[in-house]
Design a protein around this ligand. Sequence first.
Ligand SMILES: [Zn+2]
Length: 73
Amino acid sequence: MENKNKEKDFWEEEYFYETMDSIESKEKLKTFHKGHDEDMNFNCKNCDKKISAHNKDWHAGLCDDCFNRLLSN
Ligand SMILES: [Zn+2]
């Protein structure tokens, strides 16, 4: 009888938003719900390509290409 369901609880939506809220402001959470191509008012920190507000806040300020490269490293 092992208790191995703790990881599952971590990703429950309520807990997720609670955690985000304590770390980041609600302003930032707004961009979480925006599309990858909305508000293309920023530039990729790496290649200077136009990026969205969503990418700026949630993809480390990188365009999708650079972000994916970062993840695969
Ligand atoms: Zn880039």
